[in-house]
Design a protein around this ligand. Structure first.
Ligand code: ATP
Ligand code: MG
Length: 480
């Protein structure tokens, strides 16, 4: 397909799937303003994977945008308004409308300072990557692509509209966004982008934890976090926001007694993702963080043993602490921090299971300690096997199957133990005119047995069964 046809297709595709965009454009036109689809929406349409979330840009100032959309949107929110963004929900879609940007960065602040501009060209120049710097004028259906974004989409390359040095000095978060798009889109950064990232990685330290966390999560939740994380580590970005990960690159000792913990962790992450997919899960940030961080306690606990071996005693305890600390610094929600910490803490316990030597109570404790994260723990432990020895790997998976079966069996037994008969003791005493005593217990157990055999009974059926039992056991009920 030639470029023009590709553009026409993209425009047509966008129009087809987003009558919302047209509707909204009509409102802006009536108010005397222009509205463009822009950024991720245009990029994703060209990739044939448009989501329900649409990004727009306009010459209208945020206050006017608010006036135009209120009354039309199902919901309107203003959390981003100081950065020029008004959010609208309409028929299940999320629309973000941002006023044209102009030069605005002080190059020291923690957030971009915002001034508004008057042209689409000026706005596109200030976007992070050329693949995100395309727009469609919704009133004329004109495609604006001043920086060769379409060609970059086709080459799957991330490059900046201006020089990467200028761009990253304006907003260092863009460096982390590059790594995020590597994971999310499978694109590669241009060599000059990698060079600038390597040179300027330290600048990321002035970005707020909240903005860093949002991009890091998108990176981890993307389909290919490994190359995204490798880019972070290779350029030095990870040293700033996630130093424990590059910290796992241990020198391999001369005996090759242990594998590189860093490479192992990336493989465990990939294997955990494969298990998520197998079970039809949505990408799970807790599992993915736990897979990436499960061994971060190893460098600090590494000891060369007298015989030549290497040990990492209690690395799961140290690692859980380190993981919590890092995730707190990145301002993750409390539940995420606790769940990841607990998974890191528990990831090794299964290795004490041997060939099934655990008592039932040890199995119960494993289940209780994992709590809501039990299914995640199953995946983490299974993923944490990167040996190339096929027999060893198969044995480990089989042993884990065995543990899961025991967990299921114990759960069934405990559920059964919780089963109550369909009449309680008081009712039994009343119906049979019995005082408290062993006979009541006998009747109760009889009803429970019936329930276990046949499942729940209706109240009338239970009463019938009780009278039948009474007759067989010489108990004379009062007047029926
Ligand atoms: P997705 O929504 O799929 O996560 P996106 O590309 O839409 O990806 P958003 O964070 O929603 O990413 O941003 C929307 C658009 O705003 C981007 O496509 C880009 O054009 C622009 N943008 C976002 N953040 C920055 C930034 N830090 N610097 C420059 N432009 C940015
Ligand atoms: Mg977006």
């Amino acid at each position: 397909m030639n470029e023009l046809a590709a553009k026409r297709n993209a425009v047509a595709e966008l129009m087809r799937i987003s009558p919302l965009a047209d509707e909204l454009a009509g409102l802006f036109a009536r108010a005397g303003h222009r509205l463009y689809l822009v950024g991720g929406s245009v990029r994703d349409a060209l990739l044939g994977r448009l989501s329900a979330d649409l990004d727009f840009t306009t010459d209208a100032r945020p206050g006017e945008v608010l006036k135009i959309v209120s009354g039309w949107g199902d919901g309107v929110w203003e959390t981003g308004i100081e950065f020029g963004t008004v959010g609208v929900t309409k028929r299940g879609a999320t629309l973000e409308i941002t006023t044209f940007r102009a030069d605005s960065y002080d190059r020291v602040g923690r957030n971009p300072e915002v001034t508004f501009g008057d042209t689409i060209e000026g706005d596109l120049l200030r976007r992070d990557f050329t693949v995100n710097a395309m727009a469609i004028d919704l009133s004329t259906k004109q495609f604006a692509d001043p920086h060769g974004g379409l060609a970059a989409v086709r080459a799957r390359v991330l490059d900046t509209p201006a020089t990467p040095q200028e761009s990253f000095a304006d907003d260092p978060l863009r460096m982390l966004r590059a790594a995020r798009f590597v994971s999310q889109l499978g694109f590669s950064p241009a060599p000059r982008v990698v060079a600038a990232m390597t040179e300027m990685a330290g600048e990321l330290s002035r970005i707020t934890a909240e903005r860093v966390q949002a991009e890091l999560s998108k990176l981890l939740l993307g389909p290919r976090p490994r190359p995204g994380l490798e880019l972070m580590v290779d350029t030095g970005l990870a040293d700033i926001v996630l130093p424990e990960v590059p910290g796992m690159r241990l020198a391999i000792d001369e005996h090759h007694q242990h594998k590189d913990v860093y490479q192992h962790s990336l493989t465990v992450l990939e294997q955990a993702i494969a298990l998520e997919r197998r079970d039809g899960w949505e990408p799970d940030i807790v599992l993915r963080l736990a897979a990436l961080l499960h061994d971060i306690g190893k460098p600090d606990t590494r000891r060369l043993e007298p015989g030549g071996g290497v040990s990492f005693h209690h690395h799961e305890v140290v690692g859980a602490k380190m993981a919590r600390k890092r995730l707190r610094a990145l301002k993750y929600p409390k539940q995420v921090i606790e769940d990841v910490g607990q998974l890191v803490f528990l990831h090794l316990r299964f290795h004490g299971y041997g060939r099934g030597e655990w008592t039932d109570s040890a199995v119960r404790r494993y289940v209780t300690d994992a709590g809501e994260s039990l299914e995640r723990l199953h995946k983490l432990v299974r993923a944490d096997c990167t040996t190339r020895n096929k027999r060893k790997a198969a044995t480990l998976q089989r042993t884990y199957d065995d543990l899961e079966e025991r967990i299921a069996r114990i759960a069934v037994e405990e559920d059964l133990a919780k089963v109550r008969p369909d009449l309680d003791g008081n009712e039994i005493m009343k119906l049979l005119g019995l005082p408290p005593g062993p006979l009541v217990g006998k009747a109760w157990r009889h009803l429970k047995e019936i329930r276990l055999d046949r499942g729940p009974l209706t109240h009338d059926e239970a009463v019938e069964e009780l009278y039948r039992w009474a007759e067989a056991n010489g108990v004379e009920p009062p007047e029926r």
